[in-house]
Design a protein around this ligand. Structure first.
Ligand code: AR6
Length: 178
């Protein structure tokens, strides 16, 4: 599924993000940047030790922020590591922090001259954010950014399961994309 947002493309697909050939892939990391399970585990496993070395030098990342490393052995040249909020009911700033993850990742990409990037569904695994809520925030935040930033030619959401892809497709209308 593909949409035009301004002059950019917004793509929704099912897949394993470590296989994406976009210039950058986004990691759903934690504040230590020292690795973990889920997307984070897969990226470090496939990308190799160079990514972890660079993460150690950076020294950590606050929730809602994003930092960049090389992509190691991944197809993607860069990994943008962002830290989503742990979902604790939604009244502790989680929506704003989740939106910030997507926005900061895109800002880091723009600064680096990256033209294409792939996002996982941040916070909706180990961090427990209900995907029905998270998908709307994700789509709206990315679409809003693309409208003002044609330098990002393509942003993709790479959803791990067909069920997650369906949830994202359903959220398209809420995000004002259809
Ligand atoms: N490609 C695409 N999506 C994936 C992949 C993959 N290879 N693997 C999992 N997902 P999670 P979080 C989906 O838990 O909730 C880590 O331990 C998964 O199905 O990876 O932000 C970190 O170190 C889910 O929909 O990230 C942190 O401690 C989504 O990606 C913590 O987990 C996010 O799930 C971060 O938790």
């Amino acid at each position: 599924m593909e949409f035009k947002v301004g002059s950019s493309r917004l793509v929704l697909k099912q897949g394993d993000i470590v296989k994406e050939e976009t210039e950058a892939i986004v990691n759903a990391a934690n504040e230590t940047l020292l690795g973990g399970g889920g997307v984070d585990g897969a990226i470090h496993r496939v990308g190799g030790p160079q990514i972890l070395e660079e993460c150690k030098k950076i020294g950590g990342c606050r929730t809602g922020n994003a930092v960049i490393t090389s992509g190691g052995k991944l197809r993607a040249k860069y990994v943008i590591h962002t830290v989503g909020p742990v979902f604790r009911g939604g009244g502790r700033g989680e929506p704003e922090l989740l939106a910030s993850c997507y926005r900061r990742s895109l800002e880091v990409a723009s600064v680096q001259g990256i033209k294409s990037l792939a996002f996982p569904s941040i916070s909706t695994g180990a961090y427990g954010y209900p995907i029905e809520l998270a998908s709307r925030i994700a789509l709206k935040t990315v679409a809003d950014y693309l409208k003002g930033h044609p330098e990002i030619q393509e942003a993709r959401f790479v959803l791990f399961s067909s069920k997650d892809l369906e949830v994202f497709k359903s959220a398209i209308k809420d995000a004002g994309l259809e």
